[in-house]
Design a protein around this ligand. Structure first.
Ligand code: HEC
Length: 163
């Protein structure tokens, strides 16, 4: 009789253990199912988003690009060196991305919105979000005017060989 009781006790303990494991399994499985794959979500954003697309998010909706304005680029270079060089180099990665070829990978509007509105950009624009994920430092607004941002865009165009 005593052994029988012990058997029952062991059995019911095993039953609890099995229950626990099954429940644990169900929970983790559910978690995996409800978390959407990040990559496909990002792709969807890039393809369809109007808020946060090629032009980014911010005050700049249209930039007129003409032949290189050397005077404007020179002004832009000076502002860049004063306000941005703590975090950016042209040729190499630093706190932020190397800025060479930035005019080839982004639109003029996106670049200016990134300069003028970096915090909202890294929160809502899929491309800027990705950069923040990679560089893990928040770019901050450097108190530059729209004209100054336009000058830096011209400087980046000059670096990238615009004529
Ligand atoms: C505190 C450091 C810091 C300062 C100051 C800073 N940036 Fe940035 N910048 C970053 C980081 C980091 C990123 C990547 C996005 C992020 O993590 O916020 C970035 C991203 C960028 C990008 C996008 C680059 C790409 O590959 O698309 C541009 C353009 C840019 N910065 C221009 C500027 C300009 C112009 C200034 C000066 C007005 C400036 N930044 C000042 C840190 C900085």
């Amino acid at each position: 009789m005593k052994t029988l009781n012990r058997m029952t006790a062991i059995c019911s303990r095993s039953v609890y253990l099995v229950f626990f494991l099954v429940a644990l399994g169900a929970c983790t499985k559910k978690d995996a199912e409800t978390t959407p794959p990040a990559s496909s979500d990002a792709n969807k954003n890039e393809a369809t988003a109007t808020a946060g697309s090629a032009k980014g998010i911010g005050p700049v909706t249209e930039v007129k690009i003409e032949g290189l304005n050397v005077e404007l680029a020179t002004k832009g270079k000076a502002i860049f060196e004063a306000k941005c060089s703590a975090c950016h180099k042209v040729e190499e990665r630093y706190v932020g991305p190397a800025l060479k070829d930035v005019t080839k990978r982004r639109t003029p509007e996106w670049i200016m919105n990134m300069i003028l509105n970096p915090v909202e950009m890294t929160q809502k624009d899929p491309t800027a979000q990705e950069l923040l994920g990679e560089f893990l430092t928040q770019m901050t607004f450097q108190n530059v005017s729209q004209d100054e941002a336009r000058g830096m865009l011209e400087y980046f165009r000059q670096i990238d060989g615009a004529k």
